[in-house]
Design a protein. Structure first.
Length: 180
């Protein structure tokens, strides 16, 4: 009886040791996921757009987020595409973020900027106007709407929007007479 108990303890101990060895590789995987989240968010533009795109793709494909909780990754992916001057892909990424969260001002303002880079003034004005409906004090959206209005021949409306944007947020860069 004692031998059986020692054998049982030995088997149990061996199984526990193997289980703990198999769990060790999970820790770097969790850290890598957090790293990918940080790279996707890319605060302060610490990573290249290509690294940001890879990280956002990994975050999106992870299946850990859905709906409104996933919209941020598509919007950050849109930012990376915009930085890479792939405006069609940026517009599609922002569009998916907007589909997931129709109340996210960043999706609309990001898509507005991508449309502006393509000289699609009506679409840019429409998206920035929607961002302003959702968040009336969103200076960046108002600035880019003003830029699009000026480029579209609505000089006085653009000047008003740009001046108001700078009153709302004096820290933004809002160049008048901007052209792609």
């Amino acid at each position: 009886m004692i031998r059986a108990s020692r054998f049982g303890i030995l088997v149990f101990g061996l199984a526990a040791a193997l289980a703990s060895v198999n769990c060790v590789p999970l820790q770097p995987a969790l850290a890598q996921t957090q790293r990918q989240i940080d790279q996707c968010a890319n605060r302060g533009k610490a990573n290249s757009p290509d690294i940001q795109l890879q990280a956002c793709s990994a975050v999106i494909q992870s299946g850990k987020w859905t709906g409104k909780n996933l919209a941020w990754a598509y919007n950050d992916r849109g930012d990376a595409y915009t930085d890479n001057k792939d405006y069609d892909a940026a517009i599609a990424a922002y569009g998916e973020g907007i589909r997931l969260d129709p109340d996210d001002t960043f999706g609309y303002s990001g898509r507005c900027i991508a449309h502006a880079w393509k000289s699609e003034w009506d679409a840019a004005i429409k998206d920035c106007t929607q961002a302003m409906r959702l968040k009336p004090d969103f200076g960046v959206a108002l600035c880019w709407r003003g830029i699009a209005e000026q480029a579209d021949g609505q000089a006085s409306a653009g000047e008003v929007d740009i001046a108001e944007a700078l009153k709302i947020d004096s820290g933004i860069s809002c160049p008048s007479n901007w052209r792609p």
